[in-house]
Design a protein around this ligand. Structure first.
Ligand code: ING
Length: 320
């Protein structure tokens, strides 16, 4: 038998949010988030995950001629007056949370960001989205835009892992979840739980993708990467139709076995919660995915040497 692994239970919740319309105020959104936080606490949560860009509508679907015309979608500081009620309630309930938001720094840099807040209401980690999907140009004939490459710079903080509640948390955002490098870099830092928010449009503007694939590929990448890295994954959607623009739900909590232990049923504000046994991840990281024993980085060079695909490497199989 393997060495005895002590149980370490973590109350993990996802606070899925329904649509945020252009007309919705931050105050009304924060009030919804406070209600979700309270429900999560009542269900045993210690850490609650909110979505990507949780304070505003998914504004990268709209073009503006001047970036400054979008400044009102960004937070100039975190926390700030509008979100302070959420931080205050979290501290009162002694619950930590992940919050996705648009960041405008004092130096004028724009990031699709998230913060990790501990149970005393202090920001204890920060992430800036690295895999920015979509485009930077105004696609005049498209039914809507996906302008993350226009509104945000590539994150400059790497894929960090942060300690809170005797747990190692990694953070990422939406499209990051589709790239295996995201989880592997965090798992190589000992991450036990990966927290992420997402806003995933139902319609693909590039090809006539069957609608069901949006959800199946979303679940596929979360399950595969949870298993391949021996981590819990908690993913929070902002979903439903924002001013008519449909986004998928299916917020989930995924175990290190790759199994979905909780999943939302609606495309509205909804809490799911699981008592995550963090020792489960240790079994996978100790055996099948024992990185130190099984990985062979000397054969993985192309993963960091090449950005796009190139020519096959010569294989000297005739030499022996
Ligand atoms: N949204 C989408 C996501 O990665 C997307 C964009 C959807 C890219 C489907 C590729 C396929 O879920 C964000 N915000 O990244």
């Amino acid at each position: 038998m393997s060495k005895s692994i002590s149980k370490h239970m973590l109350g993990l919740a996802v606070a899925q949010m329904g649509p945020i319309h252009l007309a919705d105020t931050r105050e009304s959104v924060v009030a919804r988030m406070v209600a979700l936080l309270r429900e999560a606490k009542g269900r045993g949560a210690e850490m609650v995950v909110f979505p990507e860009l949780a304070l505003t509508t998914f504004f990268p679907r709209y073009w503006v001629e001047q970036l400054a015309d979008a400044d009102h979608y960004y937070e100039k500081s975190m926390p700030n007056q509008a979100v302070q009620p959420l931080f205050d309630e979290a501290r009162r309930l002694s619950v930590g949370f992940y919050l996705g938001y648009a960041e405008l720094t004092p130096q004028g840099h724009r990031y699709n960001a998230s913060v990790l807040v501990d149970r005393s209401g202090h920001v204890t980690g920060k992430y800036r989205k690295i895999h920015l999907p979509g485009h930077a140009d105004h696609k005049m004939n498209a039914p809507f835009q996906h302008l993350e490459k226009y509104y945000f710079e590539v994150g400059n903080l790497g894929f960090g892992v942060f300690e809170a509640m005797e747990t190692r948390f990694g953070m990422c955002i939406c499209n990051d979840r589709r790239w295996p490098e995201t989880y592997r870099v965090m798992a190589l830092q000992g991450a036990e739980v990966v927290l992420l928010g997402y806003n995933t449009p139902l319609v693909n503007i590039h090809w006539n993708e069957p609608a069901h694939l949006r959800t199946s590929t979303h679940l596929l990448v979360l399950r595969a990467n949870a298993y391949e890295n021996g981590v819990w994954v908690a993913a929070a959607a902002k979903c439903g139709a924002e001013d008519g623009h449909e986004m998928i739900g299916s917020s989930v909590i995924v175990a290190p076995s790759g199994e979905i232990v909780a999943r939302t049923l609606t495309e509205e504000d909804e809490v799911i919660c699981a008592m995550a046994d963090l020792s489960l991840g240790e079994f996978f990281r100790e055996h099948v995915f024992n990185f130190a024993r099984h990985r062979r980085p000397e054969h993985y060079g192309l993963i960091v040497e090449r950005t796009g695909a190139g020519e096959p490497l010569p294989v000297r199989w005739r030499d022996e």
